[in-house]
Design a binder for this molecule. Structure first.
Ligand code: HEC
Ligand code: HEC
Ligand code: HEC
Length: 659
């Protein structure tokens, strides 16, 4: 990858922006930067499923599913429904959440003997100035202690209660509510000063849930909304988050709310939370949204001296899970752990955990993934980052998400903390573990996201003329297409609009053409080459590819050499019900739903980043690498799928599949 920097504007980033500003005008800088900074850049799905999930319709359907009889539309009613005041155990703590949103948090938890848990947090923000970072400063904890209603932002609440409100024995799920300053439930809120977002989608995203693109209207109209398709999985996959004591700030003034005075109530809250994990983990593996709590339980118990009961123990700030120690084989508390490497790990992985992964990633990632992903000895559930090997297996995506796109860590305050020191802090330490990382400036500091990234698409066969679409490129203001080499010296080529993101390419001869896309913004430019193999006798022609005729057979048959397994060996309705792949997140053998299930995992804006392709082409997939692009057959299959998506991912005409 070649990154050409405009060094004049670049060596010291922050000062630089100001300097560049003067030279090149504020407006253009703003547009170059905007891509990183738009309000909804954080706390959203990267692929929002064409807007189906990030809408207030979805929010309304969610609340209908978790509160079908509308007795939780105000905070007061919510507390009454959860019987605050009559809890078997009740806890109160106040701290500042220095890692997440920077709010002062006044938190109350309640547990009933039947396993129901309810926790609500009044959030306090003392606004110094609109959108000023100091809004999230230490003073917020004092406002939370004094319960100063002028600075009360609103209340977040989770209850872990039966999914079916008419059946107290039904499985309990975590239900999320957000209330405004006046205690009224809201379908949108501005959590990070970046504008309103529909709620509680960001809550769910941070709390480990899978957000299904369900039929919101049907859910609102339903008498048993919690049982509508897609709802159960979303509800069952959401979790409470462990409290990381060292990530909080405590009041320096009010000793009752110091850390030492609150160790015990915080421990109790963590025990409530662990309890909810154990209740959900005890369900059958085939249960929708089932997730292996092992890693989260390990993290929690190591923090409490390996005592899962968390009784009478003090929180250990320096604990490291076995999967992240250099040589856990010699540690008594790792005997029998599944995360023992065959030889000691690289020096420094424990530091990587303590300085980067624990503070910036684990909160979300320890509650992500699915049990179906825990392939025997494999990396299926890699997304939970439970050991170094799983984590680093993602190095290419880490480079892409953390350093290129700037979407991970996926929350604003956390992102700011991660980037606080790009020379000696977390970005540099993490980068030192990533092979071939090259985004350093002249001072050997890591460059922040916002540099352009060219995405001309994967090399592929095409018929001409063909529309090239590079709008998935990141932070690109200007586009330039060039033809670098021809299939034949006498070939004549044309590009209809070589300086647009979308251009039509035509060529007189068949064969390979190498094109270069260069994208730029005020911070620099970046080029990427793509080889287009013109073949006008392709059958089917790329634009004729349909889901029903060409893609579905790939998912259901072994019609391509080099593959030993059908996708449907694991991704079937039967497998979903039991056996090694119980609860698998997507199935390909149900005609009526298969197209919708696949489309949810297709990213039309950035086709190569589609989950449909990302999963089977890498080891971080419960089924392992099934489409191996280093083989000709694997590559041909990949390119066919890319061509299908790049041509609009049509379903086709088959009435059974396409309705
Ligand atoms: C940026 C990620 C993030 C977002 C967004 C988020 N939470 Fe949390 N939440 C956390 C973390 C991490 C904790 C653990 C305590 C802490 O670190 O503050 C937590 C804790 C909680 C708790 C205490 C119980 C528990 O799980 O520990 C409640 C209640 C809660 N969140 C509700 C919500 C609601 C409701 C929303 C949406 C309005 C929301 N959260 C949005 C990350 C998030
Ligand atoms: C606030 C929650 C949150 C935090 C913090 C967070 N992530 Fe993520 N991460 C997610 C979610 C949600 C996804 C799935 C996004 C999607 O597919 O749309 C994800 C996906 C990823 C993926 C892609 C995995 C895949 O299978 O596609 C990588 C890699 C990743 N995160 C790395 C990181 C790293 C590294 C950190 C810490 C520096 C981090 N994340 C911090 C929530 C978070
Ligand atoms: C040997 C079993 C197996 C086979 C065969 C298999 N998979 Fe998977 N797949 C899994 C498991 C387990 C998961 C869940 C864990 C994970 O996300 O990796 C999964 C997850 C996925 C996901 C992510 C779904 C989501 O929403 O999180 C996609 C997409 C996927 N597989 C596509 C495919 C495709 C396409 C094929 C065929 C080329 C295939 N898989 C073959 C086991 C398999």
């Amino acid at each position: 990858m070649s990154i050409l920097l405009r060094l004049g504007c670049f060596s010291v980033l922050v000062l630089m922006l100001a300097a560049c500003n003067e030279r090149e005008g504020a407006e253009t800088i703003a547009s170059a930067e905007r891509a990183v900074e738009v309000p909804d850049n954080f706390l959203r799905y990267l692929n929002d499923q064409q807007g189906a999930v990030l809408s207030t319709d979805w929010s309304a359907a969610y609340y209908r599913a978790v509160d079908p009889i509308s007795n939780r539309t105000t905070l007061q009613d919510w507390k009454a429904a959860n019987q605050f005041g009559q809890c078997d155990e009740e806890v109160h703590v106040v701290f500042r959440d220095a890692k997440d949103l920077g709010y002062g948090r006044n938190m109350r938890g309640c547990r009933h003997a039947d396993g129901r848990v309810a926790i609500f947090v009044d959030n306090y923000v003392v606004r110094v100035q609109p959108s000023d970072p100091s809004n999230y400063g230490p003073i917020n904890v004092e406002a939370a202690i004094s319960e100063d209603r002028h600075h009360k932002q609103g209340t977040n609440a989770i209850e872990f209660t039966p999914i079916d409100p008419t059946d107290p024995d039904s499985d309990k799920v975590a239900k999320f509510f957000t209330f405004d300053q006046n205690g009224l439930r809201s379908v949108q809120a501005d959590l990070d000063g970046r504008g309103n977002k529909p709620m509680p989608q960001p809550c769910l995203l941070c709390h480990g849930a899978t957000l299904a693109a369900w039929d919101s209207a049907a859910i609102v109209a339903s008498l048993a909304p919690w049982a509508e398709p897609g709802v159960e999985e979303t509800l069952k996959s959401a979790k409470l988050n462990l409290l990381e004591l060292e990530s909080f700030d405590y009041s320096p003034y009010v000793s009752r709310y110091s850390r030492s005075q609150q160790e015990e109530p915080l421990r109790l809250l963590n025990r409530f939370i662990l309890d909810t994990y154990q209740q959900s983990a005890a369900r059958p593996l085939a249960d929708p949204g089932h997730w292996s709590a092992d890693f989260a339980v390990e993290v929690a118990s190591k923090r409490y001296l390996d005592q899962p009961e968390l009784l009478g123990q003090v929180y250990q700030d320096d604990s490291v899970p076995c999967g992240w120690r250099v040589n856990p084989s010699i540690d008594a508390d790792c005997v029998g752990s599944v995360d023992l490497p065959s030889e000691p790990r690289q020096e420094g992985v424990d530091l990587l955990y303590k300085r980067v992964v624990e503070p910036n990633c684990i909160g979300c990632h320890s509650v992500r993934g699915s049990s179906a992903g825990e392939r025997q000895g494999g990396d299926g559930n890699a997304i939970n980052f439970s050991n170094y090997e799983k984590f680093i297996g993602y190095s290419d995506l880490i480079v892409d998400y953390v350093y290129h796109r700037g979407v991970m860590p996926l929350s604003l305050r956390n992102y700011e903390k991660f980037w606080a020191d790009r020379c000696d802090g977390a970005p540099a330490l993490l980068a030192s573990f990533l092979p071939e990382f090259d985004r350093y400036d002249e001072q050997a500091c890591v460059i922040t996201p916002g540099l352009p990234v060219a995405k001309p698409g994967a090399s592929r066969p095409v018929d001409t003329p063909v529309l090239l679409d590079a709008s998935g490129s990141l932070f690109a203001r200007d586009f330039q297409w060039q033809v670098l080499s021809l299939a034949d010296p006498s070939a004549v080529v044309s590009l209809s609009s070589p300086s647009s993101s979308v251009t039509q390419f035509d060529a007189s001869h068949e064969g390979d053409y190498v094109l270069r896309l260069t994208v730029s913004n005020l911070r620099g430019s970046h080029s990427e080459d793509v080889t287009l193999t013109v073949d006008n006798s392709l059958s089917p022609a790329p634009s004729q590819l349909t889901f029903a005729d060409h893609v579905l057979p790939v998912l259901r048959d072994i019609s391509y050499p080099g593959r030993v397994q059908r996708c449907t060996d694991c991704h079937s309705a039967t497998a979903q019900l039991g056996g090694a792949y119980a609860g698998i997140p997507v199935v390909y053998d149900v005609d009526a739903t298969v197209y919708a299930e696949v489309i949810e995992r297709v990213d039309l804006d950035d086709p190569e980043n589609s989950l449909l392709l990302r999963k089977p082409t890498r080891d971080q997939h419960g089924g392992g690498m099934l489409i191996d692009r280093s083989s000709a057959d694997g590559m041909a299959l990949y390119q066919m799928l890319i061509n299908w998506i790049r041509n609009g991912a049509d379903c086709g005409a088959d009435p059974l599949i396409c309705g």
